[in-house]
Design a protein around this ligand. Structure first.
Ligand code: ZN
Length: 155
């Protein structure tokens, strides 16, 4: 089976920076066909591919995880946090356009630096993937706009 509109695709993927430094890797399942589950350029490269095929492409930050939005980075006095605030922790807070999830990126003396940007926002990347499985998506998956099951959405 080939990747076409409304197929459920499982990929092994690897993301590096342009120099080849590993940033992320794993297995993911996505609904193919413009559901915004995967970078548009990666979907275009995967169109028509089948199990075992590989794609590799370079994506600008705008094509990948988007530009950094400095309005989503904030510094808060540590005294406003409950004890035990740790780098890597997450908390929901008010963002410029509604609630967002902030990551605690740094604790610098009395200040806690929070960032709600995607960790790879602003990063040009290389995206490489191998097609592991392709099947027709179910009507429910198409209605939801995402894939269910292993490596997909659980709910
Ligand atoms: Zn669903």
């Amino acid at each position: 089976m080939h990747i076409t509109q409304d197929t459920a695709v499982t990929l092994d993927y690897r993301i590096t920076d342009l120099q080849g430094k590993p940033l992320d890797a794993g297995t993911t399942a996505y609904l193919h066909g413009g559901y915004d589950n995967l970078f548009a350029q990666a979907e275009a490269a995967l169109e028509g591919k089948t199990v075992g095929d590989k794609v590799a492409l370079a994506l600008s930050a705008a094509e990948a995880f988007g530009a950094r939005d400095e309005a989503l980075a904030r510094s808060i006095p540590k005294s406003e946090f409950p004890p035990g605030v740790k780098v890597g922790g997450q908390l929901q807070g008010a963002g410029p356009n509604g609630p967002v999830v902030y990551r605690v990126v740094k604790i610098k003396g009395p200040e806690v630096l929070l960032d709600a940007n995607h960790p790879l926002a602003g990063q040009d990347i290389r995206f490489a993937a191998t097609v592991k499985a392709v099947r027709a998506a179910t009507a429910e998956e198409i209605a939801h706009g995402h894939v269910h099951g292993a490596h997909g959405h659980h709910h």
